[in-house]
Design a protein around this ligand. Structure first.
Ligand code: TZP
Ligand code: MG
Length: 241
């Protein structure tokens, strides 16, 4: 949880974006979001974004509280999609903003200094602007076409992801159509982390799905010279850590 204000720390703590779960109750097959989150974290998810597109504000707030309780003492940050008010009300660790949401500067003014602010980028220009405006990370969106988000922009593909990687220094989280079968190539293209919805939320076992993804991510980071050269680190099981 963010320290809250007053008393928030000035410096954001380093965040591990390796396996970034984005929730979607419509895909959870009747399971509670907090249950999916708990299982995903047990399997190795390192970051969680609560994304609610249909429910009212009260229900969003209750979901945020439940997810926050599931994350307590795990060290995994809670990021709220779109809704700065909900993020503030629960003391979340940050917000994720789209191109049509509140601008970064406005969110920074509202939130504590430690807030993680992520921004979706559908192009190199979006990513460069987000970095310039002080985003903590960029979400490259979408890498592949996905039925999970009906109105997504044209897919960037791995080439588009590489172009964004070359253009910004801040952490890069890839989203859209990612699963254990393509995770390695997305990391090799320069992503620091993979954000997934259906590959975890709709799985028979979200824990096992997260474990499989995490092992692909860690393996790719251990082998990727691009990743090691940029970060000076290998993946979780690597000697550089
Ligand atoms: N933003 C861009 S694509 C997407 C979002 C929220 C959905 C990704 O879902 P999935 O199931 O991991 O392809
Ligand atoms: Mg949004």
């Amino acid at each position: 949880m963010a320290a809250g204000f007053p008393g928030a720390e000035a410096m954001p703590r380093p965040v591990d974006y390796s396996l970034y779960l984005v929730t979607d109750r419509a895909l959870a097959r009747g399971r509670a979001t907090a249950v999916i989150v708990r299982e995903a974290v047990a399997g190795g998810a390192t970051c969680v974004q609560l994304r609610e597109k249909e429910c009212g504000t009260r229900e969003f707030l209750e979901e945020a509280r439940a997810v926050q309780a599931a994350l307590r003492s795990t060290g995994v940050p809670l990021i709220v999609n779109d809704r700065v008010d909900v993020a503030l009300a629960v003391g979340a660790d940050g917000v994720h903003l789209g191109q049509r949401d509140l601008p970064i500067a406005a969110a920074r003014r509202l939130g504590p200094p430690s807030w993680i602010i992520g921004v979706s980028a559908e192009s190199v220009a979006d990513a460069v602007r987000a970095e310039r405006d002080g985003a903590d990370y960029v979400g490259a969106s979408p890498v592949f076409a996905t039925p999970t988000k009906a109105d997504h922009a044209p897919p960037l593909g791995l080439e588009g992801l590489r172009a964004i990687r070359a253009a910004v220094k801040i952490p890069l989280v890839a989203i859209g159509g990612i699963h254990a079968g393509n995770a390695r190539e997305v990391i090799r293209a320069g992503a620091d982390g993979l954000a997934v919805v259906s590959a975890i939320a709709a799985a028979d076992s979200p824990r096992e799905a997260a474990r499989a993804l995490r092992s692909e991510i860690d393996a790719a980071k251990n082998c990727s010279s691009l990743y090691k050269n940029r970060t000076g680190r290998a993946g979780a099981n690597g000697e550089g850590r």
